[in-house]
Design a protein around this ligand. Structure first.
Ligand SMILES: [Zn+2]
Length: 229
């Protein structure tokens, strides 16, 4: 929308250099936008959404709908949306721009392979692994059955939680490392809407732990307050 494409300076308004104490995280680092501040928290950006629908009502389990079916259909929809969104920004996320997969406060995400080995990898590789992992799960009839009468497996909710953690991290990486590009493309109202929808859905259905969402708790709070007004 008009007026939202300009990008603020990374320096403080009084022109002084930022001090380590200005960043509320022990793992100090500079993200890929070279921003010491968190522009996604600025009021003029936080207020941008593509819809002001009641997200709380949208995410609640509708009466008469099976809970596992509701989780499954939303998991598929969120995956499709977030996969599409991250593809739109993929040209900006390369092994040289993002040598580590990181989120707010430079939290580093480490991929664990099927043998339990931890792999420190670039962001594009990490999110490639994540999207392939989710895609494989969603197309596995034993996990996400599509045939009438088929039952969801034991541990289904655990797998859904794992998927939502990876989806949350995908958006967290975009906010932290690619917000400049998101603004330049005018995608920030969509990003805020998608993120609000995802975090509310996870809260309603207890899919993410508080420590998972903590790196973006400031944004969740800001977007929540926005929605309440
Ligand atoms: Zn990246």
């Amino acid at each position: 929308m008009g007026g939202c494409h300009s990008y603020p300076s990374a320096t403080k308004t009084d022109g002084t250099a930022l001090q380590p104490s200005d960043i509320n995280n022990e793992k100090l680092g500079i993200n890929n936008n070279n921003l010491e501040e968190r522009p996604y928290l600025q009021q003029q950006f936080v207020c941008q959404r593509v819809t002001h629908t009641d997200m709380f009502a949208l995410t609640a389990l509708p009466p008469g709908i099976d809970k596992a079916e509701w989780l499954a259909s939303n998991t598929v929809a969120f995956f499709k949306h977030i996969n599409l969104f991250s593809s739109a920004l993929s040209e900006f996320c390369t092994p040289s721009t993002c040598p580590t997969a990181c989120g707010p406060g430079n939290t580093v995400y480490v991929w664990t392979d099927e043998q339990g080995r931890k792999l420190k990898c670039s962001a594009p590789l990490y999110f490639d692994y994540a999207m392939s992992y989710i895609q494989d799960l969603l197309t596995d009839e034993d996990v996400f059955p599509t045939k009438t009468g088929a039952v969801f497996p034991t541990g289904f909710v655990f797998l859904v939680q794992k998927v939502f953690l990876l989806l949350f991290r995908t958006l967290a990486h975009i906010y932290w490392c690619h917000y400049r590009e998101t603004l330049a493309m005018g995608l920030h109202p969509h990003l805020n809407t998608l993120f609000t929808h995802l975090t509310l859905f996870c809260r309603q259905h207890a899919l993410l732990e508080p420590e998972d969402t903590e790196p973006l708790q400031d944004l969740i709070t800001a977007l929540g307050q926005q929605g309440a007004t």
